[in-house]
Design a binder for this molecule. Structure first.
Ligand code: ZN
Length: 302
């Protein structure tokens, strides 16, 4: 079946309220999202707008397995979510709409997902450098667990930002999100972030307000700062030479949190910027794109 046709079928089937979940409302509340067709590994802005005469009280749910944190804004319920890099041609959102007095209305919506096209980096190295030695496996596992914990906890933190997101560095982007790293003809890893060209010691800024959730020296990412922005969102700043904040500090948008360095598994100074919605790693540039999930990344109305 042609891909476009398949999307259409999925959407048509899934926009119908879940069978026997509850009494269907007379007029279903429209669900919308931006971008209309998100690419693999990107942020999505989901909105549920009450139709005329409909008095929604609570909207909750999840997208691709991660909880959504809906907030009532002037024109409906809004949430930031994400689709994983590993998504096929759609990602499932489960939405629960509650109305005063009525039974819950549960809905399954399939968001169409577009393939992310990324370059490949072919590297030829001596075999022992393609993989870290076995003696480091436990250290690397523990470090990954620490980072995962910060990402999970971000769902418990309320949204801490209000203003538009800013770039952490003024440097040019030298490596984009998702690049396939092929060592000796074998796909070993992907580039789970964005690299900025920057000289050693250049300032690194917090992309937005949040709490410093981790300051640590990690095997791959070197001196690392993770910021919990709340509502599921975490950003990371890797390979720093200096850190100017401490765990638990609240940082503001644009605040200098550290200095560019070359710590960890790198060959020269640069800033690696990382972003995640819960367990879903996303392209951090989505936060500063003019056509990104705008309501959340370009500043929220009061
Ligand atoms: Zn990088």
């Amino acid at each position: 079946m042609p891909t476009r046709f398949r999307y259409l079928v999925t959407l048509t089937l899934c926009l119908v309220p879940a069978v026997a979940a509850s009494q269907a409302p007379a007029v279903p509340s429209p669900v919308a999202w931006w971008p209309r067709v998100p690419v693999q590994g990107s942020l999505v802005h989901v909105v549920v707008r009450p139709s005329a005469g409909d008095s929604l009280t609570v909207v909750s749910g999840d997208l691709a397995g991660e909880p959504l944190h809906f907030e009532r804004l002037t024109d409906g319920f809004h949430a930031l979510g994400a689709v994983p890099f590993s998504a096929g041609d759609s990602a499932a959102a489960h939405l629960v709409v509650q109305r005063g007095g009525d039974a819950d209305d549960t809905r399954l919506v399939a968001l169409p997902v577009a393939r992310r096209r990324v370059p490949r980096e072919r590297l030829r190295v001596a075999p022992q450098y393609a993989e870290p030695p076995e003696s480091l496996a436990e250290r690397i596992r523990l470090e990954q667990e620490m980072v995962q914990e910060v990402r999970r906890r971000a769902h418990q933190t309320p949204r801490l930002w209000q203003a538009a997101f800013v770039r952490p560095s003024v440097g040019a982007v030298t490596s984009v999100f998702g690049v396939a790293r092929v060592f000796n003809e074998v796909l070993r890893s992907r580039h789970w972030g964005v690299d900025f060209r920057a000289r050693w010691g250049a300032p690194v800024r917090a992309t937005n307000r949040g709490v410093v959730a981790l300051v640590a020296d990690l095997y791959y990412s070197g001196t690392t700062v993770l910021i919990d922005h709340g509502a599921g969102l975490v950003t990371g700043y890797f390979h720093l030479s200096r850190v100017l904040v401490s765990q638990g500090d609240t940082v503001d948008v644009g605040q200098v949190i550290g200095r560019v360095g070359a710590t960890g598994r790198v060959t020269k100074p640069h800033l690696h910027w990382f972003a995640a919605y819960g367990e879903i790693t996303v392209d951090p540039l989505d936060l500063v794109r003019s056509n990104g999930p705008a309501r959340f990344t370009r500043g929220l109305p009061p």
